[in-house]
Write a protein that binds this ligand. Structure first.
Ligand SMILES: [Zn+2]
Length: 381
């Protein structure tokens, strides 16, 4: 468990203790992790300089520079996070985090994340009530987007000022004009405008390059001392996207979420923090196939194989150390690491007929974290 926690700690990246000096004048240099969360880091103790004479104050001693826009931000971000590829009513890379309140009848207030000025408060197609607010933090302008509000409850007009934590309105009711027919949820997104006329309402970008002009809210909140520590939760086939294909229950590790990949009918488990698309942050990739026995693709070299059991049902399993053969084209829509050497574990329910699940691990993923996902597997038929 300790190994898992340590791994998640590193995966999440920016954190208080990691960035504090181990001595008076030296920052730790042994993380071995790429600088994944440096965008927008403006607080004094998050610099990348390896040596500094200034001892930053303990982060706990500082008030958070920003507020979260809604209660339960971390625990209710279960359906669409920043960077997930979505194909439903909309398609493209989801720019915000969606915070779900479909099970809550009562009014859910939404707060301004910082002092700022309202850029737009209007009814917008695809959202219902829409509010965007401009903030200046450490000299940098950022615009926060709040979608699916009950416009009748929105208390501020364009040009008016708001203060950090001030309620700006309530979530709209699901399935009504208040949300343009959407679920009761907050779509929260952030971008750094490229000019004074850069005013955006889009919720998706069609290409990964477009995503690069938006901020990952998790990285933003970490930077401004308002961390969003995504807890571990269980993938539920009844409520999670892809659950109609994957009749599985399994533990999504802390700090990670799941993206359904419609083009491959696959599940991608990714770190919520970090730059780029969810695919680029992939840690575990899950596919399935129907067959009468274990099989591997002719496109990969098999370095070794072992037989084992995994999951709550002690399912028959095989683990493979595989590597895509030279000359074989990269796998379309899969994470980049799938094209290099890595471990996959296939399992199936001996009482079922022919559905096999393939759980592949990023080569740098802590084996304990990978095993915890496998250990938690339950096949629901
Ligand atoms: Zn959304």
């Amino acid at each position: 468990m300790l190994g898992l926690l340590a791994s998640i700690f590193l995966l999440i990246g920016a954190s208080c203790t990691k960035q504090l000096p181990t001595t008076d004048n030296q920052l730790p240099t042994n993380s071995g992790e790429p600088a994944a969360n440096t965008r927008g880091e403006g607080n004094a103790d998050a610099g990348s300089s390896p040596v500094t004479n200034a001892t930053p104050p303990p982060m706990e001693a500082l008030d958070p520079a920003v507020a979260l826009p809604i209660a339960d931000y971390a625990s209710r971000r279960t359906l669409k996070a920043h960077g997930e590829y979505i194909r439903d009513r909309f398609s493209g890379y989801h720019l915000g985090d969606d915070i779900e309140y479909v099970d809550v009848e009562a009014a859910v207030p939404v707060q301004a994340i910082a002092d700022g000025t309202v850029v737009r408060a209007a009814r917008v197609s695809g959202y219902g009530g829409f509010v965007s607010i401009e903030h200046v933090l450490d000299g940098k302008t950022v615009i926060a987007v709040y979608g699916h509000l009950d416009f009748g409850s929105v208390s501020r007009k364009a040009g008016e000022v708001v203060t950090k934590g001030q309620t700006i309105g309530n979530l709209g009711q699901g399935g009504t004009a208040e949300t343009d027919g959407e679920r009761k949820h907050l779509h929260f997104a952030l971008y750094e405008p490229t000019s004074s006329s850069d005013r955006r309402v889009n919720g998706y970008e069609s290409a990964p390059a477009g995503l690069a002009t938006w901020l990952n809210p998790t990285d933003f909140f970490n930077t401004y001392r308002q961390p969003v520590p995504t807890p571990s939760r269980t993938f539920d086939p009844a409520t999670d996207r892809g659950g109609d294909i994957f009749k599985l229950r399994f533990a999504i590790p802390a700090g990670m979420e799941v993206e359904y990949v419609p083009s491959l009918e696959a599940l991608n488990v990714f770190t919520v923090a970090g730059r780029g698309t969810a695919r680029e942050r992939s840690q575990v990739f899950i596919r399935s196939f129907d067959a009468s026995s274990f099989l591997t693709l002719s496109t990969v070299t098999l370095h070794s194989t072992e037989t084992l059991t995994v999951g709550q049902g002690s399912y028959d399993a095989r683990r493979y150390d595989i590597e895509k053969k030279a000359g074989v084209a990269d796998f379309v829509d899969q994470p980049g690491w799938r094209n290099g050497r890595h471990i996959v574990t296939d399992f199936h329910d001996a009482t079922g007929l022919d559905r096999y699940y393939v759980v592949a691990a990023h080569p740098d993923l802590d084996p304990a974290a990978y095993q915890s996902v496998l250990d938690s597997m339950v096949i629901e038929e």
